[in-house]
Ligand binder design. Structure first.
Ligand code: PLP
Ligand code: COI
Length: 339
């Protein structure tokens, strides 16, 4: 395979096969692999007309022991079911979801990056409604597709850290809207905010769309803050109905508790950044990406966290990656091992 694994970034690289399964007339077909990367979609499909679409993101890791591990695949399956239900789509059964991801891996083994390259094989499951309809309402037929692609770090600086800017002018998702689901429309709605932030040399930190006082998300990742309380460390992460429940964040919370940290999920005011010693964005794509500083342009304040990843986040980062790469025992049964 002529891929320079170490140079990979978070962009699409085509592999040999994708996997597809259609739902039609109340029946799911068995997932199958195909080399064709195009689907034939009716021009009036509700997925195209009204954005009735949702997706997922998960990774396979080539381990230190040569085995391949897919991280928390069933959690992604369950989250996609919640997203589908949120848009009145037909949910993909967990078994079908997992079968399709494993088939996508098996058919593209040459694209699985070698151990210690920092790259992984990312799977992008997509569910799109295919029923032709022009009246405003949901379609039930759909197409489920798993697109594999080898990827490198999501943020250009990877674990080195990124500056963020607080955004109060362009909302990503409403408190009682679709933010808790991984639906395409949320991402299209966030493009403009990210573009504004990028033009100023930052990544975008979203605040809650109602009051703009509380931290919601860091672009397409959850926020984590680390605060010292006496001898103990506290892991803080926002509670919000408009953010995606991150599987990475949930895993890190479990690891943080096991390390003796206090784990708190609650609304977090932007000014509370001043009490934190470390901060990061977390997600499948970016794992943990430390935040170097947060600029609040409306109040003329910068919260600085330093240019190097802090000790607590570094420890959490290694603890998570040790499980994903099979360097320690997987005590929580988070990895699906493909021999
Ligand atoms: N927040 C948003 C908006 C996302 O798109 C993602 C990525 O899936 C995350 C957070 C992180 O979630 P996870 O850790 O499950 O990948
Ligand atoms: C993630 O997987 O962590 C993400 O941020 C998802 C994004 C690439 C859509």
């Amino acid at each position: 395979m002529n891929i320079n694994w170490k140079e990979l970034t978070f962009h699409y690289t085509e592999t040999d096969y994708i996997v597809r399964a259609a739902y039609k007339n109340g029946v799911w077909e068995q997932p199958y692999a195909t080399r064709d990367k195009h689907i034939s979609l009716h021009v009036a499909a509700t997925g195209l007309q009204y954005g009735q679409e949702c997706f997922e993101g998960l990774k396979a890791f080539r381990g230190a022991d040569g085995k391949v591990r897919i991280f928390r695949m069933e959690e992604n399956a369950k989250r996609m079911q919640r997203s589908a239900e949120g848009l009145l789509m037909t949910p993909v059964p967990t078994e079908l979801f997992c079968k399709a991801v494993v088939l996508a891996l098996q058919k593209n083994m040459d694209y699985l990056p070698p151990y210690e390259t920092g790259a992984t094989l990312y799977f992008r499951p997509v569910l799109v409604a295919t029923t032709p309809e022009i009246s405003v309402g949901p379609g039930k037929d759909c197409e489920f597709i798993v697109i594999p692609t080898p990827i490198g770090p999501y943020f250009p600086n990877g674990f080195k850290g990124m500056p963020f800017i607080v955004n109060r002018t362009i909302d990503r998702a409403a408190p009682q809207g679709t933010g808790q689901w991984k639906v395409g429309g949320n991402y299209a709605a966030s493009f403009r905010a990210s573009e504004v932030a990028h033009a100023m040399g930052y990544e975008c930190m979203f605040t809650d769309a109602k009051t703009h006082k509380y931290i919601d998300e860091c672009t397409a990742s959850n926020f984590i803050g680390i605060r010292r309380i006496g001898e103990r460390q506290e892991y803080l992460t926002p509670r919000s109905s408009a953010i995606l429940p991150s599987i990475t964040n949930e895993s890190l919370m479990t690891l943080a508790k096991e390390m003796g940290m206090k784990v708190t999920r609650r609304r977090i005011r932007v000014e509370e950044l001043a009490d934190m010693q470390e901060a990061a964005a977390c997600g499948t794509a970016c794992v943990i990406s430390p935040i170097t500083k947060v600029l609040d342009p409306d109040n003329g304040v910068t919260y600085a966290f330093g240019d190097k990843p802090g000790p607590v986040l570094t420890k959490l980062y290694h603890a998570l990656q040790d499980i994903q790469y099979g360097r320690v025992e997987d005590r929580h049964n988070w990895c699906f091992v493909v021999e």
